[in-house]
Design a protein around this ligand. Structure first.
Ligand SMILES: Cc1ncc(COP(=O)(O)O)c(C=O)c1O
Length: 394
């Protein structure tokens, strides 16, 4: 597959080229799918690899899963390591970000009175995990107060102001799923390292949606789901544990293989029986993703977001809760419309117009989250904005 000329940027590529990308995905029906931030459809080649592997497993499950299909896992880790710039020995494969985040949250040794810095915007299960440790073990969870529309410098100031000599862990979200805001994680991790603070980065929304380098971020834990922007089958996640942190972190489940050493102790084969067919879809997803590349993917998603917002802006009362001027903008944005019940609008769009977007409410922010994907064309977004205009003015 070669969708693009090597020397052209995404903005230079016509819709026709992206039409060829679209042809490689299963049709999205009955809804126009604008909630890809939750889970993305895999390209058809990935879907087929999973079905083939599933059939293969049924013929001789034990042998075909653990002796045959799993033989490909070291190579898969090498390819993932190359994509995100870490070593294969730092990668554990699991089911999703939630599992990886819980591994970090519950695996870092802490004592009563140790502080963990989180934010009101972190993923709800991440906040709940840390609060559970607070209840059970008497650690202190401290909320860092800032707004998702604040500048990078303001956010850094807020974290700096909240750090104390008792801060042991800094929980960060690379891109907030609420409105697509990317935070300056690299600078924050640097500040943390200078203070011997462990960093956990929730990268569920950034890996594969944009270029990410684990070595450049230099965090202790980076967690992501492979079924979001990489396009792997649903039920694939990746936990990266910095080599300096592996020995000192407890696994979530006591490992089958003892002694529990190296990255294996976090890996799926120590989490009980899993579905190797789902993992057989990772390699084709990586290969498909590479035909586009994270940089071109990011540029295209940013272009699509700016495109639909440009069309929708003149809807009376339209309000954006995402900064679309920033280079880190990608697929995710959040909007509301004055005097319109956004929850009801979400329902109307689905029932009356077959458009699927996501209602989100957190702190003072409320609206509809829109997240297109690279299999979408501008004409899909024309249809979305026409439906929105119609539904909003009803
Ligand atoms: C920022 C963020 N963290 C964590 C998660 C959890 O991902 P998963 O459901 O794949 O475990 C999500 C899912 O949307 C997310 O957006």
């Amino acid at each position: 597959m070669n969708f693009f000329a090597a020397n052209r940027s995404a903005e230079d590529e016509g819709e026709a080229k992206w039409g060829r990308v679209r042809a490689e995905y299963p049709a999205q029906e009955p809804f126009l799918n604008l909630n890809n931030a939750a889970v993305s459809p895999p390209p058809t080649v990935v879907e087929e690899a999973v079905v083939d592997a599933y059939r293969f497993i049924s013929r001789n499950p034990d042998y075909n899963m653990w002796s045959k299909l799993d033989a490909a896992l070291p190579a898969i880790k090498r390819e993932l390591a190359e994509l995100i710039d870490c070593t294969p020995e730092e990668i554990a494969l699991n089911r999703n970000s939630s599992e990886g985040l819980s591994t970090a949250i519950f695996g870092i040794p802490l004592s009563q009175g140790d502080q963990v810095l989180i934010s009101p915007w972190d993923y709800p299960s991440v906040r709940a995990g840390w609060l559970q440790r607070q209840q059970r073990e008497g650690i202190q969870v401290v909320n860092c107060a800032f707004d998702l529309m604040d500048s990078d410098d303001d956010i850094i100031e807020a974290y700096l102001g909240a750090m104390t000599p008792r801060t042991r862990v800094l929980q960060l979200t690379h891109m907030y799923h609420w409105n697509g805001r990317v935070v300056p994680v690299k600078r924050l991790c640097e500040m943390a390292r200078e203070r011997n603070i462990i960093t956990v980065v929730d990268g569920a929304q950034t890996f594969a949606q944009m270029p990410v380098s684990f070595r450049e971020l230099d965090c202790d834990f980076f967690v992501t789901s492979l079924h979001k922007w990489l396009g792997a089958p649903v039920g694939n996640g990746m936990l990266i544990v910095n080599e300096r942190r592996i020995d000192r972190t407890w696994p979530l489940l006591a490992p089958f293989d003892q002694p529990a050493v190296h990255i294996d102790k976090f890996d799926h084969w120590n989490l009980g029986t899993y579905n190797s067919a789902i993992q057989a879809g990772i390699a084709p997803a990586i290969h498909f993703h590479k035909t586009i590349g994270a940089e071109r993917m990011h540029a295209r998603l940013r272009e699509l977001t700016r495109y639909w917002i440009g069309l929708a802006r003149d809807i009376p009362g339209f309000k954006l809760h995402t900064d679309i001027g920033t280079d880190s903008l990608a697929a995710i944005s959040l909007f509301s419309i004055d005097n319109v019940d956004m929850k009801q609008l979400e329902g109307n769009l689905r029932v009356e117009h077959q458009v699927h977007v996501k209602y989100r409410k957190v702190e003072h922010m409320e609206g509809l989250r829109v997240s297109p994907h690279i299999y979408m064309l501008k004409r899909d977004l024309d249809a979305f904005v026409a439906a929105l205009r119609n539904a909003a003015l009803q």
